[in-house]
Design a protein around this ligand. Sequence first.
Ligand code: URA
Length: 189
Amino acid sequence: MTYATLDDLRGACLQCEKCGLCATRTNVVFGVGSPQAKILFVGEGPGENEDLQGEPFVGRGGQLLDKYLTAVGLSRATNVYIANIVKCRPPHNRDPQPDEQDACMPWLRDQVRLLRPQIIVCLGRIAAQKMIDPQFRVTKQHGEFVKKGDFYMMGTFHPAALLRNPANKPDALEDFQKLREVAERLNLL
Ligand code: URA
């Protein structure tokens, strides 16, 4: 099925039953942000708050993410879009399994096709290993931009990991500052 707009795609995604996570979800968490965004953030999957509210990154991790976005002049209201590898919450916040990730990836691919971002930022290991490199190591490779096909891609720390390990916060801020520089260089802002 080919969808003409993000809203059409969202409508179909909200009905999805392609993997077992649909049985335990409250809401499908499709994505949020500006449809004009040229920067796409990709997380792992919804947690409890996201499942309840139907929006990505609305818990404590989300507040931290918004802080980093604000620090470099970005926001989900104006110039970024935020989505996840899996759109439904894995029970007890376990990692999404490979078969669940594979079942859900066509939704993200369609989001990318419609949004046509120029930069994709992966939040945490699960997203970076799925989108950038199966061997991606966040501690070693965070903040490194790589050109993959049409996209500049970068992986950084997952906000929940930063809450657990605040020592990495300065490095995370540097990654966002680098993101700002690359976005400016590409005239995206
Ligand atoms: N963690 C994620 O990876 N995504 C969300 O939307 C919320 C928490």
